[in-house]
Design a protein around this ligand. Structure first.
Ligand code: NAD
Ligand code: ZN
Ligand code: ZN
Length: 361
């Protein structure tokens, strides 16, 4: 028997989001229905609404979520009803060429639910990142559910499902930040601040936060930034070099997703240093760099998809570190809101007023 719940959909390009009744099928083989407890508002949800990801409207938005498994389909053994889980968008297949080469964090064939959630009139919904969790319940592949310690706050846990994991992983997994490294992070929203927190956790000696908004730089300090640079008034490349003995940082993380900030990252790193691009550009953006500089400066230029995370490995570990007080994931939750407040939360994100608004059910 299918069931009906309330969920937030983006009906068409740049149209305001609205609450609709959603039909959730019973879980089929390999699927699970999850009762959502919390779901953060990520910049990627706004990209969906603006048509920046694809045009498969209507979208069921929301993808940074935690909740309790309500029911599972045939053959599901990893989770059972009652389990507290974080939803992930990397349910690895174990069989694609990346998985077979022992690099499952790149999995090219991740699992989602096979059945469709719909509106009452049968219109099929596209769940954001295969999740769709601005809803009372959602249908996912069971592998998208990662069990974690149920003692953690659902709002905090949910954030690990996307932006916070993307940022921490950009520093720790992709950038391989190590003890004593100098790190600069350009763009200090939820993702950039998580990269700062990740760099601190990894033992970075110097962590330079760069943003165009002083309020963001203040928060970045509480996350672990040792120095801040407002790039509206100060050349960030010069500033990062002068803070690192004239050399540049070992690892520079770009968490904006624009060509000009990527160039800053490229030139603000030390010779043989690493640039990590975690910000997501739009399709029309182009980058031009002298090839001699790409060669002459050496090092590595990497992109970070979802912080190169493995949910089964990284989510429980980060929840434990949070519970032990070694990383403060609670600091990312600026406000908790209801399902009806998502449109307003997009405006507040756009204006830079929040790190994360989290829908709590
Ligand atoms: N790679 C991934 O897997 C992944 C996952 C989640 C989000 N993202 C992307 O990460 C990016 C950041 O997401 P967020 O949720 O933190 O967004 P956000 O809007 O909360 O933060 C963006 C920050 O960048 C700052 N900024 C804007 N222009 C700037 C400039 N020219 N120079 C310096 N700072 C500037 C803003 O002031 C803000 O603090 C987005 O592009 C998002 O789509 C990537
Ligand atoms: Zn795979
Ligand atoms: Zn996201």
């Amino acid at each position: 028997m299918s069931q009906q719940v309330q969920g937030v959909i983006a009906p068409g390009k740049n149209e305001p989001v609205r609450i609709e009744t959603i039909v959730i099928p019973d879980p089929g083989p390999g699927e699970a229905v999850v009762k959502i407890q919390a779901c953060g508002v990520c910049h990627t949800d706004l990209h969906y609404k603006q048509g920046g990801i694809n045009d498969e409207f209507p979208f069921l938005l929301g993808h940074e979520a935690s909740g309790v498994v309500e029911s599972v389909g045939e053959g599901v053994t990893d989770v059972e009803p009652g389990d507290f889980v974080i939803l992930n968008w990397r349910a690895v297949c174990g069989q694609c060429r990346a998985c077979l080469r022992g690099r499952p964090w790149y999995c090219f064939d991740t699992h989602n639910a096979k059945q469709k959630m719909t509106l009452l009139d049968g219109t099929e919904l596209s769940p954001a990142l295969g999740i769709g969790a601005f809803a009372e319940k959602t249908l996912v592949a069971a592998g998208q559910c990662t069990k974690v310690d149920p003692e953690v706050s659902p709002a905090v846990a949910g954030l690990l499902g996307c932006g916070v994991m993307a940022g921490i992983g950009a520093a720790i997994n992709t950038g391989q930040v190590g003890r004593g490294d100098s790190v600069a992070v350009i763009g200090c929203g939820g993702v950039g601040d998580a990269a700062i927190a990740g760099a601190r956790l990894a033992g970075a000696a110097k962590i330079i936060a760069v943003d165009i908004d002083d309020r963001k730089l203040e928060t970045a300090k509480t996350m672990g930034a040792t120095h801040t640079v407002n790039s509206r008034s100060t050349d960030p490349v010069e500033a990062i070099r002068s803070l690192t003995g004239g050399n540049g940082a070992d690892v520079v993380i770009e968490a904006v997703g624009r060509p000009e900030t990527y160039k800053q990252a490229f030139y603000a790193r030390d010779l043989a240093g690493t640039v990590v691009l975690v910000g997501v550009p739009t399709p029309e953006m182009q980058l031009e760099l002298p090839l001699i500089d790409v060669f002459g400066r050496g090092g590595s230029l990497k992109s970070s998809w979802y912080g190169d995370c493995l949910p089964s490995r990284d989510f429980p570990m980060l929840v434990d570190l949070h519970q032990q007080g070694r990383i403060d994931l609670g600091a990312f939750v600026t406000e908790t809101i209801g399902l009806g407040d998502v449109e307003q939360a997009f405006a507040r994100m756009h204006d830079g007023d929040v790190l994360r608004s989290v829908v709590v059910l």
